[in-house]
Design a protein around this ligand. Structure first.
Ligand code: GLV
Ligand code: GLV
Length: 320
């Protein structure tokens, strides 16, 4: 009997078709809507392998209700949606997609920094809505990125890729990380700071740390108050690392200059979210790894994991 492979989102047919040779493939049918948790609670009972996306909350209760489940392949590098402790106890392997999305996500981090600094969204909106009727000396004037001090919170692979880009913009790069990263300091010319020092020194702050119990709510009103009033914070990691209500207040009161975020506590974010009413806030819908080439590589990586599992080989790209 073929193992049941449940795919929780609609993937391209050319990706899915070859899997049918060895798996009983079952797939969520619609692109426009993701699988609700109630449906996940049902399908988990059938699956030997489940191919998940970030929005799938793989908590202990869910995993404990899956009698046949052996492997979770998460189509993301982050895995805060999966209870790893529970998975380990239950003998379920978990894999992710590290490495392949590093540069793509670093590109987005840099894009958001430039976009926010130069007020591109505001400028484009004004032009399209017919407000470009005059030239003003400080009209849409933004902040310089070149030569500024960039603070990276979370110096992993993506942090290094951002630091590398920052060199080309003549930026001074400081970072904060759980552990000091001596090789990164040498290779990218970055220097370590305590979090509070980084917050008060940087002109731009890019948040790249994973969401864990320690990083949840890491940046709140106390931390935002340490930032310069001319500084910008950019979150391309996970919603909830920067506290949204505190960020809203800081932006509203111009305690900081601007912010942008690719990630939200609740995704998809409601269009009624208070942050979206602010001109000095730029939002994108969790598109850090969203290029055609990278998404293809991520799917390929997950397929390598499930194929190695099926063949009885050591599971590739395994977290636990
Ligand atoms: C995207 O957010 C990822 O974790 O891959
Ligand atoms: C700007 O367009 C300039 O010529 O200064």
């Amino acid at each position: 009997m073929k193992p049941v492979l449940w795919i929780t989102c609609k993937l391209p047919e050319e990706v899915v078709a070859p899997l049918k040779e060895w798996a009983d493939v079952r797939q969520w049918p619609t692109i426009e809507k993701n699988m609700p948790h109630m449906r996940l609670q049902e399908v988990i009972k059938e699956a030997t392998i489940i191919w998940t996306i970030m929005g799938d909350q793989m908590d202990r209760e869910l995993l404990a209700s899956a009698p046949n489940l052996k492997l979770i392949c998460n189509l993301a590098v982050g895995y805060n949606n999966i209870d790893l402790v529970a998975a380990k106890e239950l003998g379920i392997a978990v894999t992710n997609t590290p490495g392949v999305l590093t540069d793509t996500t670093a590109d987005l981090a840099f894009t958001l920094m430039l976009t926010t600094a130069r007020r591109i969204v505001e400028a484009s909106d004004e032009l399209r809505s017919g407000q470009w009727t005059y030239w003003g000396v400080n009209q849409l004037a933004g902040m310089d990125v070149f030569g500024a001090t960039l603070g990276i919170i979370g110096m992993g692979r993506i942090g290094e890729a951002v630091a590398q880009r920052a060199k080309g913009f003549d930026m001074d790069v400081i970072y904060h990380n759980r552990n000091r990263r001596m090789e990164a300091e040498e290779q990218y010319g970055v220097s370590y700071r305590q979090l509070d020092h980084l917050l008060s020194e940087a002109d731009f702050i890019i948040v790249l740390t994973p969401l864990t119990a320690e990083t949840k709510g890491l940046i709140g009103s106390r931390e935002l108050a340490l930032m310069k009033s001319t500084a910008t914070i950019i979150n391309v990691a996970r919603g909830g690392i920067v506290q949204e209500d505190a960020l809203y207040e800081a932006l509203l009161n111009n305690d900081i200059w601007a912010a942008s975020s690719d990630v939200f506590e609740q995704e998809p974010v409601s269009v009624k979210h208070p942050l979206l009413t602010l001109k000095n806030f730029v939002a994108t819908p969790h598109i850090g790894s969203a290029t055609l080439r990278t998404r293809k590589k991520m799917m390929e990586m997950n397929i390598q994991s499930m194929t190695s599992f099926y063949k009885g080989e050591p599971i590739e790209h395994r977290i636990i």
